[in-house]
Design a protein around this ligand. Structure first.
Ligand SMILES: O=C(O)C(=O)C[C@]1(C(=O)O)C=C[C@@H](O)C=C1
Length: 364
């Protein structure tokens, strides 16, 4: 937000640079306008979002109102002054939106997986238009996400913003999508100048879980939020469970806990001692991993000599069971220990495979 503190009890959101909010779908003129006005009154929203063409996994569901919703959104944009953004997946969508003065767009998770579609859209949208929000592809494929962002940048679009909406995962419950925070954090290290916002609605899948995910995103220094808000979520034609009312959205925005962004204040003197300890421990961990890998190589040599395959499921299961129990004893998260074990074991297999001249090792 440009202004820091707003008058009349509006929300001070100066720590959230970019806030996009609005219903999953534009359903009728009344819903579109009520929601836009209520959000505009909060004073903390930068863009009004609403789906017009809804990509549905299977046919027969509510697929959005299509182009007939564009005049309602144009009216909302004109009355509230909030720029509207809609999802576009084809050049026809772009043309129709622009014909109604709508010039900011988001690229959905499904479209972001398709380099041909992204390339075509990047040229169909004139570079002078508003912001292009690029959602992450459905699977946690960082290169594909970066590729989509690069295509828009190369076509001359100056304001491209990444939207983290989580990834499909069979075991995401109780969330709808798995956040896999390491992926947007890796995106941040790869493209340091890119703004990244979080869509907590699609990650959470349930309204009551949205504030927690949004807070986590702010704690991780995300540049903003992309939130589904509906005047009457229980009657919503799509994503009913995950939409907030304008009132609960406003309450969430007021309740956020803001922390100093790393780099805003010099924290070094306070942390130097603790960071020194971490450096020492990290070196020990790496030295131990190096020593472990040398033993793995000796076992690999023995296996080669005796014609035994690298992967030994019984031994691997035994190690995993032991480490999960041991990890719990020393206060480590079970999921973390599991991931770490998989990582180390996969590397052991890669090393043993390489010794035999194999060039394809998958994760086991
Ligand atoms: O114990 C073995 O057989 C090894 O090769 C070592 C190791 C490991 O990294 O611990 C690696 C691969 C096997 O699947 C099981 C265990």
């Amino acid at each position: 937000m440009a202004e820091e503190v707003k008058a009349g009890g509006a929300i001070d959101t100066y720590r959230i640079p970019l806030v996009v909010a609005g219903p999953c779908s534009a359903e009728n003129p009344e819903q579109v306008l009520t929601c836009a006005h209520e959000l505009a009154q909060l004073g903390c929203v930068d863009f009004y979002r609403a789906g017009v063409w809804k990509p549905r996994t299977r046919p027969g569901g509510f697929e959005g109102r299509g182009a007939q919703a564009l005049p309602w959104l144009a009216q909302a944009q004109q009355e509230t002054g909030l720029p509207v953004c809609v999802e576009v997946a084809t050049t026809t969508h772009v043309r129709a939106a622009r014909d109604h003065g709508i010039a900011s767009y988001w690229i959905g998770a499904r479209t972001a997986t398709d380099p041909f579609a992204v390339e075509e859209l990047s040229h169909a949208i004139p570079p002078g238009d508003g912001v292009i929000f690029v959602k992450n592809p459905i699977s946690p494929d960082l290169e594909l996400w970066i590729g989509a962002i690069e295509r828009f940048r190369r076509a001359g679009h100056a304001r491209v913003v990444a939207v983290h909406r989580g990834f499909y995962a069979a075991d995401a419950a109780p969330l709808r999508n798995s956040p896999r925070w390491e992926v947007p954090l890796a995106l941040r290290s790869r493209l340091g100048d890119l703004q990244i916002v979080c869509d907590p609605s699609h990650i959470a899948g349930r309204a009551e879980l949205v504030p927690g995910i949004a807070q986590q995103a702010l704690d991780y220094s995300f540049d903003g939020l992309f939130v589904e808000v509906h005047p009457s979520p229980q009657h919503a034609l799509s994503d009913a469970a995950q939409q907030l009312t304008p009132a609960t959205f406003g309450a969430m925005m007021r309740r956020f806990r803001y922390s100093v962004r790393a780099g805003e204040r010099d924290l070094e003197p306070d942390l130097a001692h603790l960071r020194g300890e971490i450096d020492r421990l990290d070196s020990q961990i790496l030295e131990l991993l190096g020593a472990r890998m040398r033993i793995v190589q000796r076992i690999g040599a023995w296996k080669m000599e005796h014609g035994v395959q690298p992967y030994h499921p019984g031994r691997w299961r035994q190690l995993l069971t032991h480490h999960l129990r041991y990890g719990e004893m020393v206060g480590l998260d079970r999921g973390f220990v599991r991931n770490l074990c998989h990582l180390v074991h996969t590397e052991a297999l890669r090393v043993q495979g390489n010794m035999r001249g194999d060039d394809t090792q998958g994760e086991v």
